[in-house]
Design a protein around this ligand. Structure first.
Ligand SMILES: [Zn+2]
Length: 189
């Protein structure tokens, strides 16, 4: 894989750079560490545009990727594909220190929250690609709507048909199934 970095000297005034990255399984998995998702291959299109002759840049990440995860509802190992698209504005860190007040406390303006800072020499793309993936992924590791029938079938198979029916009647979130079953078994003793 190419190094995911853009040297600013590569971009002249108003220049736009289109980059393509093929990310392997290890690379994607590393980026998704601690999320409960494991990565398969991914393809990312990154566009970087210099704003005039300034050190500000507009950047977008368009990524198609596949992940493997254990569904928290049906307890099956699943593969699903996602499309991520995120936009960023990049500014040099020196802009930030220029705004420091006398007490050396950095005052961030609300607009800064969408801004990523660079060191003035290069833009490291990996965290931005990672963010585009995280934004596209659901917070909970569950089968998506497309697979809801499949998820329900596996849930009934894995957790028990009767438990699923009980829950349907009680209108309880299916994820509480194992807990309810445990509670029932405890009552039997
Ligand atoms: Zn599922």
């Amino acid at each position: 894989m190419n190094e995911m970095k853009v040297q600013m000297s590569e971009l002249a005034e108003n220049a736009k750079l289109a980059l393509h990255f093929d990310l392997n399984t290890d690379c994607v998995s590393e980026m998704l560490a601690d999320t409960g998702y494991e990565g398969e291959n991914a393809e990312a299109e990154v566009s970087v545009e210099r704003v005039g002759s300034s050190s500000d840049f507009r950047l977008s990440v368009d990524i198609k990727f596949e992940v493997r995860f254990l569904c928290g509802r049906c307890l099956e190992l699943k593969n699903e594909k996602f499309d991520g698209y995120s936009k960023f504005v990049l500014m040099p860190k020196s802009n930030l220190s220029a705004r420091s007040n006398a007490n050396d406390e950095i005052e961030l303006e609300p607009a800064d929250l969408d801004v990523v800072f660079h060191d003035g020499e290069s833009i490291v793309l990996e965290p931005l690609v990672r963010e585009a993936m995280l934004e596209a992924l659901p917070t909970h590791n569950l089968c998506s709507e497309t697979f809801s029938d499949e998820c329900r079938e596996s849930f009934e198979k894995n957790i028990g048909e009767s438990a699923a029916k009980d829950l349907e009647i009680a209108q309880v979130d299916l994820r509480w199934g194992p807990l309810l079953k445990l509670k029932k078994n405890l009552k039997k003793d």
